[in-house]
Design a protein around this ligand. Sequence first.
Ligand SMILES: [Zn+2]
Length: 70
Amino acid sequence: MAACLACEAKFDSGEVEIGEILICSTCGADMEVVAIHPLQLELVDDDEVGEDDADDEEDDDADEEEEFAA
Ligand SMILES: [Zn+2]
């Protein structure tokens, strides 16, 4: 059994693998399996899905600061 990190609802995770995404049937939260023994879940935030996009945003901010300083 696993517990939803968002609404704490208990659900049967069944057989899962590390990296698998579980979706809470109660609140719809996406959780990634980060460990099996014991089962450990991590909430998947939509903002963290595109890590490459986040890096691009950081680069853009750095450029803006340089232009502002000059
Ligand atoms: Zn939930």
